[in-house]
Design a protein around this ligand. Structure first.
Ligand SMILES: [Zn+2]
Length: 359
């Protein structure tokens, strides 16, 4: 997650550490213990993964590689951990099998499919690594586990405790967000730290939201631009984990605190926590994308999404690329795709300017 302070080999969790910290401070005994358990599981996982990598290096065994499939063909497997913390667990639904009736299993299966279809149909991309990587998810992970994460090999979903969070498969943009970390990792290696880390987080919010919009056939103006709507349990004061339309407004709750995201460079948060504010300052590029997509209009994936995808793949994106450099790349890409002085080219400049970044 989440709780580690290193930026190499991160485990990408959907619930940011500052939310778990609030719960540890203010929650009931049960909530505090669940939040602490979530945090310790996240740390254990990271330690396990590093140990596995070291063992593979030591024995000379290569890391298991995903099975390539010819052409863009989905290869999904959803496992259940049966409330244990063993990965991947037992197969619950494999590619082509019909619905199981277990909500988390079927939502994970459909969400993996929607993400695959989006990248295949809109960006001619063959899975996360563009080489047909099999999509693997584990549901029912742990007891009351309040998080979902991507560990560079698979997705993992907790059921939530039902008091603060619902099941983590509930929101398609969460599934899209986590898998998009795999795409970003494959294309750019943006370091998960400070501005490059916030950009990495923002990429996942952008594509997570686009995947949800694509599945719902929503235009930029119809979309709600929320990340994780439906995730907060009844009684929690908030609508989602984050809002791209209005960063800082997603929740304001006695237990969770207030959504800390800025939407303008003048409110940029300098912090050592959250890997240097990766889930906080991502509000700024998130909002720029929202402004640009709604200025251009229509389906956000057609133009703004295309610009972002090509910018992410641009060789000028380095591991330490920050907001300004990325903004300039999107502006260049827009000129190449739509022409200098085009509506799209201008919209990119205007959207970034509105969050305090001049291209
Ligand atoms: Zn993330």
């Amino acid at each position: 997650m989440c709780r580690h302070t290193h930026h190499r080999n991160p485990i990408f969790c959907i619930v940011p550490p500052y939310v778990l910290d609030e719960i540890v401070q203010k929650g009931s005994a049960k909530q505090r213990s669940a939040a602490m358990q979530t945090k310790s599981v996240d740390n254990t996982f990271r330690a396990l993964r590093l140990a596995n990598q070291a063992a593979r290096r030591a024995t000379g065994h290569p890391a298991p590689t995903p099975t390539p499939t010819p052409g863009p063909m989905k290869a999904r497997t959803v496992y259940t951990a049966n409330h244990s913390q063993t990965l991947p667990g037992d197969v619950a639904r494999a590619e082509g099998q019909s619905a199981t009736g277990d909500q988390a299993t079927d939502e994970a299966y459909d969400g993996l499919g929607a993400t695959f279809d989006f990248f295949a149909e809109k960006f001619e991309r063959n899975s996360i690594d563009d080489s047909g990587m099999a999509l693997i998810a584990t549901v029912h992970f742990g007891q009351d586990y309040n998080n979902a994460f991507w560990n560079s090999e698979q997705m993992v979903f907790g059921d939530g405790d039902g008091e603060i969070f619902n099941r983590f498969t509930i929101s398609l943009d969460i599934i899209g967000h986590e898998l998009a970390h795999g795409v970003t990792e494959d294309e750019s290696q943006l370091q998960y730290f400070n501005q490059s880390g916030a950009l990495n987080e923002s990429m996942s919010d952008v594509f997570g939201s686009l995947i949800k919009q694509f599945a719902g056939k929503q235009t930029a103006n119809d979309a709600n631009w929320l990340i994780g709507d439906g995730l907060l349990a009844r009684g929690i004061q908030g609508v989602a984990l984050r809002s791209m339309k209005d960063p800082g407004s997603a929740f304001d709750d006695p237990l969770l605190g207030k959504d800390p995201q800025p939407k303008h460079m003048q409110d940029f948060v300098n912090t050592f926590s959250d890997n240097g504010g990766v889930h906080i300052n991502s509000g700024i590029p998130n909002h720029a994308f929202y402004l640009i997509a709604t200025r251009i209009g229509g389906y956000a994936w057609d133009k703004a999404g295309r610009i972002w995808y090509d910018a992410l793949r641009d060789s000028r994106v380095r591991p330490n690329t920050g907001f300004q450099r990325f903004a300039r790349i999107t502006h260049d890409v827009a000129a190449r795709q739509f022409g200098v002085g085009s509506t799209e080219h201008q919209a990119v400049a205007d959207g970034w300017a509105e969050v305090g970044i001049a291209v």
